[in-house]
Design a binder for this molecule. Sequence first.
Ligand SMILES: [Zn+2]
Length: 266
Amino acid sequence: MNTNELPESVIKEIHQISNVAGYLWQREWIERNGGNISINLTSFFDKNNIPESKRFMAQEFPSAAAGLFLFVTGAGCYIRSLVDEIEAASCIVYINEDASGYSIIWGGNSEGFRPTSEMASHLEIHMFNMENNPQNLAVLHSHPIELIILSHHPVFQDEKKLNQLIWSMCPEVRVYVPKGIHCTPYYITQSDDLAKSTIEGFKYRDLCLWEKHGATTTAPTIMEAWDFLDVANKGAKLLLGAWAAGFEPKGLTNTEIKDLETLFNL
Ligand SMILES: [Zn+2]
């Protein structure tokens, strides 16, 4: 189907994805074919009127993924292409009712297009969200520079301390990344261990910082997912800036942090 045939709410989300892709590129948080985005769009489509598609691929999925509509970026596609060529660099798939395959119902308009190889790990997060945080529809993975640098620092091994440091850099970080950062140990990309540890992190944190790799977050919309990365990375950048200038930052005091928690009901 063409973009103008999609539900209005889906078109809006696709425009937001293009905007976020532009932000990611400008901030140098993705390079080449790095990063990926997926959105659970199931609630925006009518199950009684499933769009026709000739592009069916057999693939076994967990039964919980049956009937899912998912926006997903393409394998090897560049995130920066989502700004101007979103229909070529991404697609919407519909996973059939017996979870034995998927159809591409929108996008994927480029030679040899396939959804990202990370689709399975994104699906695991979406299935976790459906059970535990059904408001979270967007999953965003990218390579925020200062957060990655921090994941190389010894403090990364102490999650509690890392969050205290980040939160104390300025009020916004405490308020807008309220559940903080999960320090996900290094595992090779696409591995089950990495997916498992990430889901473990989303049980109590807003963002999973993958050691020596990047950050993954989930939120109701792609813009809110971006905001988690943006604000958390601000905290990391301020902290590294203070260290680079040769001093230990004073940080918000415990009382100042407590006052924020009371004011914003955290
Ligand atoms: Zn990555």
